[in-house]
Design a protein around this ligand. Structure first.
Ligand code: ATP
Ligand code: MEV
Ligand code: MG
Length: 334
């Protein structure tokens, strides 16, 4: 039996990092996906074929059906840790420890770019392997297991990324609980710096600053939480669309300033943010953990001008759409 599952990337519209401290956040799934095939092997081992992962310092090459990591073993093990943990967790859930499982991954999501590649690979792996082992899990349950995978690998995770990747759509999330927001097309442009940041390291860096000076950082996190609540009110309001977009844009700019204050922006990210605003975006901010990766801009009138400005500033624009669909079982072959 072979099972193919897929799960989407996400953007965090408001509230990354503060969400790790129990504040709310708003996120949406987008139409880039990770695909995972799962099947049994008779070696009793976990075998992972990560076909197109590109991580600095790690080169993967192929010879017939074997893959070689041209780096030290530790680095390869670290890079594949989300997938390995996902498989181990599902085997345990299904009482199938020791069962040989091979997964093969292809992904459209840039890695370490703030678009939730870790959550998508965990969710798609859990989806494929649980079906293979005959476990009946709802997408919400897969999201919860995905959260456990992120906790095991990263040490800290709010769970928002695996939740939105598993259930899709547009959500408000707080302390493990989510509320679906009405599906809406937002006129956004994502700008990719081309460099990556590790969520595990960025979350740990914010934690160190918090522990060093909680009296300074706590009010920043509280303000981020207030931005999210205000954004939710604006999104759900009956105000005219242009008024709503203008308010959301201002909230994005404030949120970006506070993320910069936490130390998770980079020169390149901020350059893309300012280039987008100068080209007429109503707002622009980092999305995801930062340290490289992506920003996004809200640009109802001028998406193509904003995309050009991002290119001129040295980034790669991506015009993406919000995706209603979370985890999907694509194929089950005998
Ligand atoms: N296609 C893939 N195959 C195997 N592992 C992957 C794949 N894509 C991502 N990963 C795992 O996810 C890690 C990157 O996760 P990380 O949380 O640091 O960034 P992200 O999820 O892309 O961004 P963010 O968490 O800010 O949204 C990689 O180092 C790797 O371990
Ligand atoms: C940085 C962070 O808030 C979002 C990463 O996409 C981490 C998390 O919520 O687990
Ligand atoms: Mg991640």
């Amino acid at each position: 039996m072979r099972v193919l599952a897929s799960a989407p990337a996400k953007i965090i519209l408001f509230g990354e990092h503060s969400v790790v401290y129990g504040k709310p956040a708003i996120a949406a799934a987008i139409d880039l996906r990770t695909y995972v095939w799962a099947e049994f092997n008779d070696k009793g081992a976990i075998r992972i074929e990560a076909k197109d992962i590109r991580v600095p310092g790690l080169t993967v090459s192929f010879s017939e059906d074997e893959i070689y990591f041209e780096s030290d073993y530790g680095k390869a093990a670290e890079v594949l840790s989300y997938v390995r943990q996902a498989i181990e967790l599902v085997r345990e859930e299904a009482d199938a420890n020791g069962r040989g499982i091979t997964v093969s991954i292809t992904s459209q999501i840039p890695v370490g770019a703030g678009l939730g590649s870790s959550a998508a690979v965990a969710v798609a792996t859990i989806g494929a392997v649980s079906r293979l082992l005959g476990l009946e899990l709802s997408n919400e349950e897969v999201g919860k297991l995905g959260h456990q995978v992120e906790l095991l690998v990263q040490g800290a995770s709010s769970g928002i990324d695996p939740t939105v990747s598993a259930i899709g759509g547009f959500i408000h999330y707080e302390k493990g609980k989510f509320e679906r927001l009405p599906f809406m097309e937002l006129p956004i442009v994502v700008g990719y710096t081309g460099s990556s940041g590790s969520t595990k390291e960025l979350v740990a860096m914010v934690r160190r600053t918090y522990e060093e000076m909680p009296e300074v950082i706590e009010p920043v996190l509280v303000a981020m939480g207030k931005i999210v609540e205000k954004a939710r009110d604006v999104l759900l309001s009956e105000l005219d669309e242009d008024v709503r977009f203008a308010q959301l844009g201002r909230l994005m700019n404030i949120n970006h300033g506070l993320l910069d204050a936490l130390g998770v922006s980079t020169k390149k990210l901020s350059e893309l943010v300012y280039a987008a605003r100068t080209a007429g975006a109503l707002g622009a901010k980092i999305t995801g953990a930062g340290g490289g990766g992506c920003m996004y801009a809200l640009a109802p009138e001028n998406q193509s001008e904003v995309a050009t400005a991002i290119t001129i500033a040295g980034g790669t624009p991506m015009i993406t759409r919000i995706s209603g669909e979370g985890l999907r079982i694509e194929e089950v072959l005998p």
